[in-house]
Ligand binder design. Structure first.
Ligand SMILES: O=C(O)CCC(=O)C(=O)O
Ligand SMILES: [Mn+2]
Length: 203
């Protein structure tokens, strides 16, 4: 990793070709991360989404929820989501994320990985409503799960494993989504819950 500090001094650049990714393992969220995790698990109206992949319906292997400004509608994998209104907790996390990432966000997708069986398939966040070079800020709480990155075209590049810590912030920007896919694999051993929040700007 090379050091490339934002004004806040909290984020380090992850050294990957064709990508602009920053990471801080431990951010001051203004509250105890254990309590944040508990509050999110108990307060968010979690849903199992059914998505359409190649004409076939599948249940997503995790729970999800979508919050944002009223006009921030989001469509992916044949699913069109209407945002729920910001809660105080999500607004305060958004303010902190905006200050650290020097960007503004009008929505957040939350993912709840209940245990080792929950996962997210490899994908790029490249939906048209995110714009050409989206900035995505990803907050992780709970069990440390590994964020896997794989180059979309340079097949000789090994996949990269980035364990995401409890209370961490990961920022993806620039051309990252054009060149890299990412995902969270299932694990073979039992593990605790993890909540991930990805702040986005829908345009
Ligand atoms: O859980 C994670 O860290 C990944 C989330 C993600 O890639 C997404 O919501 O698009
Ligand atoms: Mn993603």
């Amino acid at each position: 990793m090379t050091l490339d500090l934002f004004a806040s001094g909290a984020l380090e650049r992850v050294d990957l070709p064709d990508a602009e990714i920053y990471y801080s393992p431990s951010v001051d969220w203004g509250a105890n991360p254990d309590l944040l995790l508990q509050d999110l698990i108990s307060q968010i109206p979690w849903r199992t989404e059914v998505i359409n992949l190649w004409g076939k319906e599948h249940q997503q292997p995790r729970l999800a929820a979508w919050f944002g400004d009223p006009d921030a509608r989001y469509t992916y994998s044949g699913l069109s989501l209407n945002p729920l209104p910001w809660t105080d907790l999500l607004s305060s996390l958004r303010s902190r994320v905006e200050a650290l990432s020097e960007a503004s966000f009008n929505s957040v997708l939350l993912n709840y990985y209940r245990d080792h069986r929950d996962s997210m398939g490899m994908h790029s966040d490249d939906e048209p409503e995110l714009g050409k070079n989206p900035i995505i800020a990803s907050v992780s709480l709970g069990e440390r799960r590994t964020f896997v990155l794989k180059h979309r075209f340079k097949k000789d590049l090994k996949s990269v494993q980035l364990p995401l810590d409890h209370g961490s912030l990961l920022l993806m920007k620039g051309a990252t989504q054009h060149h890299w896919k990412h995902g969270i694999n299932k694990l073979s051993q039992p593990c605790g819950p993890r909540v991930n929040l990805t702040f986005r700007r829908i345009i």
